[in-house]
Ligand binder design. Structure first.
Ligand code: DGJ
Length: 732
């Protein structure tokens, strides 16, 4: 078992593939962190405990022992507010008996077992007893009655450790949890480290920012109700010299779709603390005696092979131990979505016409986007009324679905279940179903309110509407959209003392509905979406194997967006479509070949009126569809390598996929800004250095070491937005 316990020094060492993580129970009963990094061999490590000299200003609990130990300058495993650790803490509990915030957790017991326990009602990674081992540590606070269990699951073949926390009120008085983070990692020295995170906005999600650690706290987070376009529940520390291929990198990712906080703090002594979990702002959870609160799961990944190594571990973990169901392994259909082709302006003939053309080109599924239901000719009305608008779709939905199936295509449909338009029959019948604060008029975002997903009758209504629509002749796919940030987060179902729970209870209600849908329709393919990529997070991957990456479908903008997204998420999860030119978001015109090459990185599809294409363009579409099918195994189960960053000097971008047996590789290169005839040597990664590879497109043959060290020479760099896709196979 890769979890070791050294009885004498009460030290735990957790080995996840090539990494080790260690902490121990000190003589006062506190869990002190010892190490996180590349694999180490010793378990008797308590002598490595960080004992900085502290001054008289630091509090020394418990004072009665006279111990030369301060929580404030030690590396702690799960620090709590109120007993002298004055850095950011993982847990804050307000006691109802005293009104104070003071928690003091010490070790009680632990257990070790093979496998990974499930997390009831929340998404989490999964593993069998052969794949992972778990350590549970029970801590308690004898004064407040708080009992805390720390869960660590260690993957054997991946350098990944999952963490979560359960907080139980084992006392007699109510406890108000004001902060309950999923993960804390203290580092001895972060002075030579950088912080990496993903920021953005609508249509510009997940740009990469890398900045040196500074004294004080750098944090990203969301208070928008969703993980958001603006920040992503992901943060990494890496050494200053870390590159894509070398150096230390450590990632932290939260399996959560709601408000989150990710912070990195450097103390005056150069020590560092990473915290990750539900954002404490707007959060408060009331624990009656006997009740338990469970945090979402956090996942840390260690890589000594740079940021690329870290990303590939996340890709494998999330693709194989988070995504579930049939579509985890089955090839996903190439889709045509009508949104950018028609927006709200369509009828059944127009949709059928687009599908008919698509079917001739090898596209496999028609997705009917926004506007098919209620009164919905623009975004001002209709959300919530999930009944087919038969004025638009004459003859009804079933007739259209049957006609599309008759073309040999699958059929998918758009919903935005969590929202309601004030101008809708649903809102007129149930104004109490919206999130709201008594005495305040609700704000609108995209002319809509947010439904109160904590209410089971809302979940039941939505499930009923899904069931009805899905029963109309075999619907194979749902695109689940979500188009506004939260405001006025209150529920009419609970009293004042529990309103602080609504942000999180909303997520739990959403998870319950998603789980119900997943169980009732195991073959349904779900695509997550939130005004583009506003909820591209691991929680969604548990329910939906693919997520619409961004509403910006321009191939060149997508280079940045997909590059950043790949830091934590597998390309197979990124919804990526070929759209019309000039592009509707940025008005750029790019070759359709390049639009295809960029979209072929992910969950592939089209989003334009195919009937407007020239014959030559249609032939290219046919070829792209064939390529997607041919390369599916490579792009969906192979390893992904970022080769040239689009951010480097904004000149070009390249990536490659390599099959697990390293016999095949697919290189994509895109020119962003043309240069006059300067050849570009693209150095591949992940190949077998000794094998001889042949490039299918050019017939050139090179050994893996040549391709990786000398690079493959791209000569045509003098044309804006030109791209190449080259397939290498081992021939000797
Ligand atoms: C936002 C999504 O990201 C788009 O793809 C589209 O579905 C629209 N909503 C429809 O309103």
């Amino acid at each position: 078992m890769p979890i070791y316990y050294h009885e004498e020094t009460k030290t735990f060492r957790l080995d996840a593939k090539d990494s080790s993580y260690a902490f121990f129970v000190n003589r006062f009963g506190y869990l002190q962190h010892l190490y996180y990094g590349a694999h180490i061999s010793d378990t008797s490590l308590s002598e490595l405990a960080y004992t900085a000299g502290h001054s008289s200003i630091h509090a020394l609990p418990p004072a009665s022992t006279g111990a030369f130990f301060s929580l404030d300058v030690s590396r702690m495993e799960y620090p709590c507010f109120g007993r002298g650790d004055c850095r950011g803490t993982a847990l804050s509990i307000r006691r109802s008996d005293t009104g104070t915030v003071d928690t003091d957790l010490t070790y009680v017991s632990h257990k070790l077992y093979a496998g990974k326990p499930t997390l009831a009602g929340q998404p989490a990674t999964y593993a069998t007893a052969d794949e992972a081992d778990t350590l549970e540590i029970l801590l308690h606070d004898t004064v407040s009655g708080a009992e805390v269990t720390l869960f660590y699951t260690v993957f054997r073949n991946l350098a990944a450790i999952t963490r979560r926390v359960a907080i139980r009120n084992a006392g007699k008085n109510v406890l108000e949890v004001e902060r309950a983070l999923s993960l804390c990692v203290d580092f001895h020295d972060v002075t030579d480290m950088d912080v990496v995170h993903l920021y953005g906005e609508w249509a510009r999600e997940r740009s990469v920012e890398r900045v040196p650690m500074m004294h004080g706290t750098q944090s990203v987070g969301s208070l928008r109700g969703a993980s958001s376009h603006v920040h992503n529940p992901f943060l990494a520390l890496c050494s200053h010299h870390a590159t894509e291929t070398a150096g230390d990198a450590c990632g932290f990712s939260l399996v959560y779709c709601g408000n989150f906080l990710a912070s990195a703090e450097m103390d005056s002594d150069g020590g560092g603390r990473v915290l990750l979990g539900i954002h404490p702002d707007g959060f408060r959870w009331r624990l009656e005696p006997g009740e338990t609160f469970e945090t979402p799961e956090a996942v840390s990944v260690w890589s000594s092979e740079g940021l690329g190594g870290m990303s590939r571990t996340y890709h494998r973990l999330y693709a194989n131990h988070l995504v579930r169901g049939k579509w985890k392994t089955e090839r996903r259909p190439i889709l045509i979505n009508n949104w950018e082709a028609t927006y709200f302006n369509f009828d059944e003939e127009k949709i059928f016409g687009i599908a008919e053309e698509a079917s001739k080109l090898g596209i496999e599924m028609l997705v009917l986007d926004d506007g098919w239901f209620g009164k919905r000719d623009n975004d001002k009305s209709g959300l919530g009324d999930w009944f087919v608008n038969e004025q638009k779709l004459k003859g009804g939905l079933k007739k259209l679905v049957d006609r599309i199936h008759g073309l040999g295509m699958k059929f998918g449909i758009w919903f935005e279940p969590e929202m309601v338009s004030p101008d809708s029959d649903l809102y007129r019948a149930h104004p109490e179903w919206a999130l709201q604060v008594p005495g305040r008029e609700n704000s609108v975002g995209r002319n809509q309110y947010v439904l109160d997903m904590t209410r089971t009758e809302v979940q039941d209504y939505l499930f009923g509407r899904f069931a009805d629509v899905l029963s109309q002749g075999g619907i194979d796919y749902i695109k689940w959209d979500f188009n506004r940030n939260f405001s006025e987060v209150g529920s009419l179902t609970v009293g004042t003392e529990r309103q602080g729970e609504i942000f999180h209870r909303y997520c739990l209600g959403l998870y319950a509905l998603l789980e119900r849908l997943h169980n009732a329709y195991p073959d349904l393919l779900l695509e997550g979406c939130a005004g583009g990529g506003g909820r591209f997070d691991p929680a969604w991957l548990y329910y939906a194997p693919q997520i619409w990456t961004s509403d910006d479908s321009d191939a060149i903008e997508r280079l940045d967006i997909q590059y950043g997204t790949s830091f934590c998420y597998p390309p197979s999860a990124m919804g990526a479509h070929v759209s019309a030119c000039p592009n509707h978001q940025v008005h750029r015109t790019t070759p359709i070949a390049t639009r295809g090459n960029v979209a072929l990185m992910g969950a592939f599809g089209y989003e334009l009126d195919l009937r407007t294409l020239t014959d030559e363009e249609k032939e290219l579409v046919r070829q792209q569809c064939a390529d997607f099918r041919r390369d599916y195994a490579l792009t969906h189960t192979g390893d992904f390598y970022r080769l040239i960053s689009p951010w480097h000097d904004r000149t070009d971008c390249a990536w490659c996929f390599v099959s697990p047996d390293r016999r095949e590789a697919l290189l994509t290169y895109v020119v962003i800004r043309a240069k006059i005839s300067i050849p570009r040597y693209v150095r591949l990664q992940g190949l077998n250095p000794d094998a001889l590879y042949r490039c299918q497109e050019t017939g050139e043959e090179y050994h893996g070491d040549t391709l990786m060290h000398a690079g493959y020479c791209i000569r045509k760099t003098n044309s804006d937005f030109h791209s190449e896709k080259l397939h290498f196979e081992v021939v000797g």
